[in-house]
Design a protein around this ligand. Sequence first.
Ligand code: FES
Length: 97
Amino acid sequence: MGPDDNVCLCFHVPLGKIRAYIKREDPPVASLISECLGAGTGCGWCVPVLKQLHRQHQAGEPMEVRVDPEIYASGRRSYRKTGERPDETASDGRTSS
Ligand code: FES
């Protein structure tokens, strides 16, 4: 996923904006990332990814999302229908393979 790809598809919040927010604000808890354009406050699909980015930042690691944007978006469609996360996307947003 690149900086222009949306992490929060409900509110169209791209990875680059979320990274900048986390670097600038250094939020103590991942839930505060919702202050960045409402990220994570819609369907909830992106919440594990927001938590992952927060964890990476806290650990001093690069904030990366290793999932293809198409797979991520189609996972959300299925999540919204079934309420379950598809097998190919782990809870931290990374692909399992
Ligand atoms: S994709 Fe972020 S809340 Fe729905």
